[in-house]
Every structure is written in C-alpha cells, then in structure tokens.
Design a protein around this ligand. Structure first.
Ligand code: HEC
Ligand code: HEC
Length: 338
C-alpha cells in the first residue's frame, strides 16, 4: 500500500493500492448521479401511491388521485363532440339559405340528416317521397300553397297551418253552403265553371243551356271567389288560397269533390314544429323539402314550371333524382294530390 499520488497519464489521483506495480485510479461515481437515482426513486414511489399502478388480477390499484385515463379520454371525446354539434347547429341557425346552399359542408349535413328528419316527422302525412295524398299537399311538385321561397316554407314549419301556434298561418276556404252564402244552383254553376276550365267537354258550347250555366258560374266566381283565388284563378300564396287553374288538386277535382269543397269549406291542419324541432332542423327540412321538388323537375322535363326547372335542375341535381324517377314517371293524374 503506497500513498495516493497523481497519475501521470490521466491526471487523476490514485487510491494508493498497488498490485505488483499496477495502481488503481481513484474515480468515484459522481454524487450527482446518486442524487438523481434518489430523486427518481422518490418520484416512482410517489407516482405509485398517487396514480393507478399495480395490476391486481382483474383490477388494479387506483392511486390516491383517482385519475382514470378512460374517463379522461371519454371526457375529451364528449367535449369535442359537443363543440362540433354546437358549432354546426349554431352555424345553421346563423346562416341564410343562400349561405347554406353555397357551403358544401352544410349541404352534406342537409343530405345526411334531411331524409331521416323527414321520414320521422313528415312522411306519415306527406308521403315517403313527398308525393302527398288526398287532403295532404304534395311537396315534390312546383305547386305551393304558401310559395316556394325557403323562408316561406321555414315559416310554415315554424307556425303550422290552422295549427295551435299563436301565429299559425290560417287557410280557410269558407263554407258557401251556409245560410246567406250561395244557393244550390249557384254552387252548381260555379262548379261547372271551374270544371269548364280544365275539362273541354264542359261548357264547350255543344249544349247552349250548359254554356249559360257556365257563364253564370263565372259571375259567381268573380263576385265570391276571385278575392282569394285571384281573377286569373292562380291563387294567392299570402292567403294559402290554391291555384285553381292548374291540374293539381288538394281535395279532388271531380264534380262531387268540388261540390263538397265549396259547400262545406276546407281547412287542412299542418302542425306547428317550433316546439318540436329546433331551428337548425327546420332549416334542414326546408332544404330537404325543396330538394324533393328539384328532383321532380329533373325527371319531369315537361313540368309546367319550366322556367324554375332550368335554373334549379342543374345545380341541385343529386342522388335523390334516381329514387324519385319511378314515382314521377306516372302520368299526371287529373285528381293528383297537390
Ligand atoms: C276567404 C278566402 C277564400 C274565398 C272567398 C274562397 N276560397 Fe276557396 N279556398 C281558400 C283557401 C284558403 C283554400 C285552401 C284550404 C286548405 O288549404 O285547406 C281554398 C280551397 C279551395 C278549393 C280546393 C282546391 C284544391 O286544390 O282542392 C276550391 C275548389 C276552392 N277553394 C274554390 C272556391 C270557390 C269556387 C270559391 C267561391 C265560391 C272560393 N273558393 C272562395 C280560400 C278562399
Ligand atoms: C298531420 C299531418 C301533417 C304532418 C305530420 C306534416 N304536415 Fe305539412 N301539411 C299538412 C297539411 C294538411 C298541409 C296543408 C294545409 C292546408 O290545407 O293549407 C300541409 C302543408 C305543408 C306545407 C305547405 C305546402 C305548400 O304548398 O305551401 C309544407 C312546406 C309542409 N306541410 C311541410 C311539412 C314538413 C316538412 C313536415 C314535417 C316536419 C310536415 N309538413 C308534417 C299536414 C301535415
């Protein structure tokens, strides 16, 4: 055992041990490494106590902090979903219809959720493809009681027609069979007049007496009906008064149906949806309803609304067109639903 000395080559001190001339350098493990090891140990110990750590068969130690990563992940996912829902809903509520139509993302939502919303809420009355039925207007055509502007349709959905909503639209075809309205002969005359407009065999002049009745009916119409249905019979979308000059009929156009309509009056009930569907859903439905008739136009080249058809058909053609093709290929019926 010699005394420690400085090594000539490395500059380290030696330990003083000497084995047959071989000396040992004194290079201890640095203290800082022990400090790190100690800190790491303490950290592991703390982590083990605080966090989920040890598997115990079908369970595990939960840790004092009760942190569960599955909860955390679920929480984050729910948060992200809520933001996404809230965002598209708010976007729909804010946006006007032009804006929505120009936005491919929003239109995808319309195409994705429109059909289901329609099926769940509307199809029982208006038919699965909007084809309507007796007493229920067809939504897949170009004939509108209240206009084809999306804002008009949105308003109809909000307040309904003859509905319980305080601002409900009101559509009342008066009962002309009531006392002091029209007598039986006048009703017969106006029915003949209406039918002469679409049926060439009525009031054709072949029978002079019938022609006289038709002319009398025309006067009844001008006095009693034109105020709502218009001098030209094209109806009035401000009153929900139907066009009587087209081939679309809500209640039927045979003599019997017309008699009943005029004698007893009419007033269809369309529920208000304000409390059942939120604004975003009503906007989606509005665009879905309009897409039903756009698809119709696409297929029905000779639809009478030729002008609108050209403008809308190209831009809004979508996959629905195919689905509607079958239904619309049938020839237009005289008594077809509106
Ligand atoms: C106060 C306005 C008003 C007057 C006046 C009026 N109507 Fe109407 N009429 C309506 C409304 C509104 C409807 C639609 C009712 C509904 O939507 O359920 C209607 C519906 C009809 C229909 C049913 C159309 C269809 O598609 O089935 C016929 C037919 C009709 N009216 C004929 C007449 C005749 C004829 C007269 C005159 C004797 C007349 N109306 C006077 C408001 C009026
Ligand atoms: C209980 C049956 C019923 C249900 C359900 C119903 N509607 Fe209607 N809807 C009607 C009737 C009836 C009318 C016509 C009212 C009248 O006589 O004026 C109408 C009218 C309309 C009109 C006006 C049509 C026009 O020519 O201006 C639109 C648009 C409409 N409904 C859309 C919808 C949508 C969208 C839904 C689903 C959210 C729906 N309806 C659910 C019965 C219903």
């Amino acid at each position: 055992m010699g005394s420690p000395e400085r090594d000539r080559y490395t500059g380290h001190m030696t330990t003083g041990h000497d084995w047959n001339g071989i000396k040992e350098l004194n290079t201890p493990v640095p203290l800082v490494l022990f400090a790190f090891l100690g800190a790491a140990f303490l950290f592991a110990l703390g982590y083990w106590i605080l966090m989920p750590a040890w598997p115990l068969g079908d369970d595990y130690t939960r840790g004092k902090l009760g942190i569960d990563q599955r909860d955390t992940v679920e929480h984050h996912l729910a948060e992200a979903q809520a933001v996404r829902d809230g965002q598209w809903q708010a976007a729909f509520e804010r946006a006007g219809f032009d804006e929505i139509r120009d936005d491919e993302g929003m239109m995808r939502i319309v195409r994705d959720s429109g059909p289901a919303l329609y099926r769940d809420n509307c199809s029982m009355c208006h038919g699965s493809e909007g084809e309507g039925g007796l007493h229920f207007p067809r939504l897949s055509d170009q004939a509108w009681l209240w206009g084809d502007d999306p804002d008009d349709i949105l308003h109809t959905l909000q307040v309904g027609i003859n509905a319980e909503h305080p601002d409900s639209r009101v559509a009342r075809m008066p009962a002309f069979g009531a006392p002091a309205m029209l007598d039986g002969q006048q009703i017969d005359q106006v029915v003949l007049y209406l039918r002469s407009r679409f049926d060439d065999t009525v009031g054709s002049g072949a029978r002079a007496d019938e022609l006289l009745e038709v002319n009398a009916g025309e006067r009844v119409y001008a006095a009693q009906c034109a105020a709502c249905h218009g001098g030209d019979m094209k109806g009035n979308t401000l009153l929900g008064a139907p066009n009587l000059s087209d081939e679309v009929w809500l209640y039927g156009s045979d003599a019997q149906a017309l008699h009943t309509t005029i004698r007893q009056g009419r007033g269809g009930w369309m529920p208000a949806w304000e409390s059942r569907l939120d604004l975003a859903e009503r906007k989606i439905l509005t665009l879905h309803v309009l897409s039903l008739s756009d698809a119709d136009v696409d297929v029905d080249a000779d639809a009478d609304a030729g002008a609108d058809a050209g403008a809308d058909a190209g831009a809004d053609a979508d996959a629905d067109a195919g689905a509607d093709a079958g239904a619309d290929a049938a020839p237009a019926r005289q008594d077809g639903p509106r």
